[in-house]
Design a protein around this ligand. Structure first.
Ligand code: C2O
Ligand code: CU
Length: 592
C-alpha cells in the first residue's frame, strides 16, 4: 500500500449545515423551485465554488410533504452560463509518485473537456422514490432548457420515507448532480408520527453524503472550482473529499439524547460503509436502523458488524443514542469501503487504518459528533415499527412472470468501457443458432437470448399493474451495481452466488455469450447475505459481483413509461439504463 496522503483541508472544522426546510403545507401544496447558479463554500479554507443548485443552494431545500396531500412544484430552469464543473480524463491512473490521480485535487495533466462548458443547462427533475405519474417522473429525454419551466404534480399517496430529487438528463446526470442539483424530500404520515420518533430539528438530522474534488491554481493551491476527474482505468469519478450536506468533513454538536439520522448516499459512484468510532474502537451498538429506502422496516435492526453499507441512492433511517455520553465526548464516522466497491469485507475494528490510496479512499473521514450540554433525553425504540407490508407470500410468487437482466461490461478500444444491461428472454425450443446465455441450476439449464441491450432498443418489459414479477439481476462484472427501479418499491428475495464464464469477445455491441452456474465460485470471498436493513421496501439494491439478486417487483399505481438503471451515475449515463412500461391488465389483450 502506498504512503498515506496528508489532507490539504482540516477535518471537522465546519459545522454540519442542515438544508433549509420547505414545508409544502405552509404553501398550500404549491411550491416554486428555481434551478439556478449560485456560490457555495464547501470548506472553511476553500474559496467559494460556483454551483448549480435548486434555489441556487447546495444541497437544495428539503421539501417536506404529508402523505395524501399532493404537492405541485413549478420547476423553473434559470440556469445560465457554463456548467460550473471542469470535466477531465487524466492521462494516467497514477501520478509520477505513484499516487492514484483520483485521490488528489487538480486535473492531473488532463485537459478540460471543451464540451462541458458548452452544456447550456438543460434539466429534468426526478423525484427518486416517488410514486409519480409517468408524465411527472422526469423521463431522461424530456428536457427543459434555460428559460423553460415544468409544473409537476406529485400525488404523495405513499408511506412516510426519505426521498430525494435530482437531475436526470440523458448522458449528463453525472455532471448535473455533481454540479449540485440534488436535494432531499421527506414524506411524513400519521402512522410514523404515532411512534413518537424525532421529527424536525434538532433531533432529526438529514445527512446527504457525497464526494467532490476541486481544482488547483498555478501555485498548487486549492481553488473552489469543482472537478469531475476520471482516469484511463476507472471510468467513474471517486473524488477524495467527502461532503455531508455540502461541507467537507463537518462536525455536529449533539446533546446527550437520541438522534434520528436520515442518511442518504448522493454520490455519483462511491459506496460507503459507515463505521461509528469512539476512542478508536467501533461503537455500532449505539445505532439502530429503523428504516430503509421506502420508510420504516417491520422491526428495528442492528447495523451489520462491518458497518452500514450505502451504495448510491440507498437510504437509512437511524436512531443513535448519545444519552450516556459526557459533554466533550467525540465520536467519528469513518468510511471503510474502497472504490470501485466490489462487496469486499473490511472489519470495523480496523476502520482507523481504512485509508487506501489504491482503493481511491485517501481520507476515510466523514463526520464527527461532539457531545455538548447536560440534559439526557433518551427515547425508547418501539419494537414493532411498520405493519403495513409483508414479505411476498410464496403463493403470490409461484406463478409470477420472471425476467432476467444481465449486467455486463463491454471493453472498448478508444473509449471508456461501456457498462450496460442485457434483457434476456428464454430461447424457444429449437432455437439453436447464435449467441446464448445459459443459466444452470442443478441439472436444469435455461437458455436465453438477448432481446434488448441499449436504452433506445425496443421496450421488452411490460409489467401488468398489481401482478407480482420476479426480476433476476445477474452480475457478470467485477463491481457492485446499485440497481434502481422507478415507481413502486420492491423487496429482495435472495442473493445467489454464481460462477460464470464469458468467452473472449462474448460481450458484443448487442449480443452476449455467457455460461452461468448457480454455485459458489471457488475464488469468491463474498458472503452474498442479505443485511437486515435490506429486508424492507427498497428502490435501490446492491448487486455484487458473482451473484444473482432476485427481487419481487409489483407496480400498483400508474401506467406509463418509466426507467430502471444502475445508480452509479457514470454507468447510468453510459447506457446502464432501460425503459419499462407498466400496463393495466385490461389493456393486455389488445397489445399486438
Ligand atoms: Cu435517483 Cu432514475 O434515479
Ligand atoms: Cu453500475
Amino acid at each position: 500500500m502506498s504512503r498515506p496522503l496528508t489532507a490539504p483541508l482540516a477535518p471537522f472544522v465546519d459545522a454540519l449545515p442542515v438544508p433549509r426546510r420547505l414545508v409544502a403545507a405552509e404553501h398550500e401544496g404549491r411550491l416554486t423551485v428555481r434551478m439556478r447558479p449560485g456560490t457555495h463554500r464547501f470548506h472553511r479554507d476553500l474559496p467559494e465554488s460556483t454551483i448549480w443548485g435548486y434555489d441556487g443552494t447546495v444541497p437544495g431545500p428539503t421539501i417536506e410533504a404529508e402523505r395524501g396531500q399532493p404537492v405541485t412544484v413549478e420547476w423553473r430552469n434559470e440556469l445560465d452560463g457554463p456548467l460550473p464543473v471542469v470535466v477531465t480524463v487524466a492521462p494516467h491512473a497514477a501520478d509520477a509518485d505513484g499516487v492514484s490521480v483520483q485521490c488528489v485535487p487538480g486535473l492531473s495533466g488532463g485537459t478540460a473537456d471543451p464540451n462541458a462548458p458548452a452544456l447550456a443547462g438543460h434539466t429534468v427533475v426526478h423525484l427518486h422514490g416517488g410514486l409519480t405519474p409517468a408524465v411527472y417522473d422526469g423521463w431522461a429525454e424530456n428536457l427543459f432548457a434555460p428559460g423553460q419551466a415544468a409544473v409537476f404534480r406529485y400525488p404523495m399517496d405513499q408511506r412516510a420515507a426519505l426521498l430525494w430529487y435530482h437531475d436526470h438528463v440523458m448522458g449528463v446526470t453525472k455532471l448535473d448532480v455533481y454540479a449540485g442539483l440534488a436535494a432531499l424530500w421527506v414524506v411524513r404520515d400519521d402512522r410514523e408520527r404515532d411512534l413518537g420518533l424525532p421529527e424536525g430539528p434538532p433531533f432529526e438530522v438529514p445527512l446527504l453524503i457525497q464526494d467532490r474534488n476541486f481544482d488547483l491554481d498555478e501555485q498548487g493551491r486549492l481553488i473552489g472550482r469543482l472537478v469531475h476527474k476520471t482516469d484511463p482505468e476507472v471510468m467513474e469519478a471517486f473524488p477524495p473529499f467527502t461532503v455531508v450536506n455540502g461541507k467537507v468533513w463537518p462536525v455536529l454538536d449533539v446533546q446527550p439524547a437520541t438522534y434520528r439520522l436520515r442518511a442518504i448516499n448522493g454520490s455519483n459512484a462511491r459506496t460507503y460503509r459507515l463505521v461509528l468510532l469512539r476512542d478508536g474502537a467501533p461503537d455500532l451498538e449505539r445505532i439502530t436502523q429503523i428504516g430503509t429506502d421506502h420508510g420504516l422496516v417491520r422491526t428495528p435492526a442492528p447495523v451489520p458488524a462491518d458497518g452500514l453499507l450505502l451504495a448510491p441512492a440507498e437510504r437509512a433511517d437511524l436512531l443513535v443514542d448519545f444519552s450516556d455520553l459526557a459533554p466533550g465526548s467525540e465520536l467519528t464516522v469513518l468510511n471503510t469501503a474502497a472504490a470501485p466497491f466490489d462487496g469486499s469485507r473490511f472489519p470495523a475494528a480496523d476502520a482507523e487504518s481504512a485509508a487506501d490510496v489504491e482503493g481511491l479512499l485517501p481520507y476515510p473521514e466523514l463526520l464527527r459528533f461532539r457531545v455538548a450540554g447536560e440534559a439526557a433525553r433518551r427515547r425508547s425504540i418501539p419494537r414493532e415499527l411498520a405493519t403495513d407490508y409483508e414479505p411476498p407470500a410464496a403463493r403470490a410468487l409461484a406463478g409470477a412472470r420472471r425476467r432476467a437482466i444481465a449486467l455486463v461490461e463491454r471493453e472498448l478500444d478508444d473509449e471508456p468501457n461501456m457498462l450496460t444491461m442485457r434483457e434476456l428472454a428464454v430461447a424457444a425450443d429449437g432455437d439453436e443458432d447464435g449467441p446464448l446465455v445459459t443459466v444452470t441450476d442443478g441439472d436444469e439449464t435455461t437458455r436465453y437470448r438477448v432481446v434488448a441491450a441499449h436504452f433506445e432498443d425496443r421496450t421488452t418489459f411490460f409489467p401488468v399493474l398489481d401482478e407480482y414479477e420476479v426480476w433476476q439481476l445477474i452480475n457478470l462484472t467485477d463491481d457492485t451495481h446499485p440497481i434502481h427501479l422507478h415507481l413502486d418499491p420492491f423487496q429482495i428475495l435472495a442473493r445467489h452466488p454464481i460462477s460464470h464464464e464469458i468467452p473472449e469477445g462474448g460481450v458484443e455491441n448487442r449480443d452476449l455469450v455467457a455460461t452461468i452456474t448457480l454455485e459458489r465460485d471457488p475464488n469468491d470471498a463474498l458472503s452474498h447475505g442479505i443485511d437486515d436493513n435490506e429486508r424492507g421496501l427498497k428502490d435501490t439494491i446492491r448487486v455484487n459481483p458473482k451473484e444473482i439478486v432476485e427481487i419481487a417487483v409489483r407496480f400498483t399505481t400508474y401506467s406509463g413509461r418509466y426507467m430502471y438503471h444502475c445508480h452509479i451515475l457514470e454507468h447510468e449515463d453510459r447506457d446502464m439504463m432501460r425503459p419499462f412500461v407498466t400496463m393495466p391488465a385490461t389493456l393486455m389483450p389488445f397489445m399486438a
